[in-house]
Design a protein around this ligand. Structure first.
Ligand SMILES: N[C@@H](CCC(=O)N[C@@H](CS)C(=O)NCC(=O)O)C(=O)O
Length: 345
């Protein structure tokens, strides 16, 4: 795999040296399994190099990307928008150039002066050969990527940045539940969050079946679990719920187009479907969920399909997902409260 990566090239765009995007099949192993690249930037926050400060960090994320959607939701839920800037990136018109700051005036991000996310990756590590991915938190005092480690990024926001949380911020990672949340997150990563990508990007029947069976067995287990409890860890929304939501909200509109005929859609799972709707109805979730952008509409990898390319763009998902649920009846304590109040112990 490393050998293939050494063939990467740069081009000059507007006087900038831009790394060409490696193809996703660089991450396919000899048996056709998709093996996600390792997160390259896993620096902690709160060090001398990356102090916990306001007006220093910016999150780059994409509306379509589940890994970065979870970070955007946590920033809003915790009221960190004043502390950590956020900017939505989009695919460059020339897809080989990767993520571009198309929402900035003249496509130049004001904080960093960069046009493409890859410039910041290059600035941090000129030897970097992987894909330049979102989510990425950039320190714009040094113009370096601090962290693109989607596995722990939200945990830093929940713990290290707590002095900047809004007054009534929920506790998404309570001290006494951290081990259970960590175990759940690891399980979700293998069985749900990454399993669906192992299916989408599989390059052998064996690899496809592994991803597919893992993903759908996990959904069966989760649907059972959620028949008796309101959220994954009990009565309150925790970090793990945000991770599960970010994958499931993309299931019917995007992932199923990639994987072909599937056992079930999200809307066929009684508990999971209601659980996702209940989460969507929390403003921090709905304000960071962009159905039309996360749907695989007009995806050039596919031939025109009347359902995905015509019905989906004309469907009012905001309305469908706003249909109330009665899941509060599952709460063992106060049915009106679903965000755990209070600061960390
Ligand atoms: N950081 C992880 C996951 C994040 C990730 O894959 N993000 C996607 C969007 S969902 C991305 O930025 N892709 C850019 C590309 O494929 O060039 C990784 O490096 O694999």
């Amino acid at each position: 795999m490393q050998e293939k990566m050494k063939t990467r090239q740069y081009v000059e765009v507007n006087g900038r040296k831009i790394l060409l995007r490696p193809k996703v099949n660089l991450e396919i192993d000899e048996n056709g399994y998709y093996r996600r690249q390792k997160n390259r930037f896993t620096e902690h926050f709160g060090t001398k190099l990356h102090p916990i400060e306001k007006d220093r960090y910016i999150l780059f994320w994409s509306k379509g990307c589940a890994w970065s959607n979870r970070v955007a939701i946590v920033i809003t839920l915790l009221g960190l928008e004043e502390t950590i800037k956020t900017e939505v990136v989009d695919w460059s018109e020339n897809e080989d150039l990767g993520w571009e700051f198309v929402n900035s005036p003249s496509h130049i991000n004001a904080e960093t002066g960069a046009q493409f996310l890859s410039e910041l990756y290059y600035n941090t590590d000129p030897e970097y050969l992987g894909r330049t991915t979102v989510p990425a938190i950039v320190d714009y005092k040094t113009n370096t990527i601090v962290n693109n480690d989607f596995r722990f990024l939200t945990n830093y926001l929940e713990t290290e940045f707590r002095e900047y949380h809004m007054g009534n911020a929920p506790d998404l990672y309570p001290y006494e539940l951290r081990k259970q949340i960590d175990d759940m997150n690891e399980w979700l990563y293998v069985n749900v969050n990454d399993a669906i990508y192992r299916t989408c990007f599989a390059n052998s029947v064996e690899a496809y079946n592994e991803g597919y069976n893992t993903f759908f067995s996990a959904l069966d287990a989760l649907d059972d679990r959620l028949s008796e409890q309101r959220f994954l860890l009990g009565d309150y929304v925790m970090d793990s719920d945000i991770r599960l939501y970010s994958t499931l909200v993309r299931m019917d509109l995007n992932y199923l187009r990639h994987i072909g005929p599937s056992k079930r859609r999200l809307v066929d799972y009684k508990n999971l479907w209601e659980y996702c709707r209940e989460l969507y109805q929390i403003p921090a979730f709905s304000s960071n969920t962009y159905f039309q952008e996360l749907a695989a509409v007009g995806d050039k990898r596919f031939k025109f399909n009347p359902y995905y390319d015509m019905v989906v763009p004309q469907t009012d998902y905001e309305k469908i997902w706003s249909d109330p649920t009665n899941r509060c009846a599952l709460s063992k304590r106060d049915k009106g409260i679903f965000l755990k109040e209070g600061r960390f112990s």
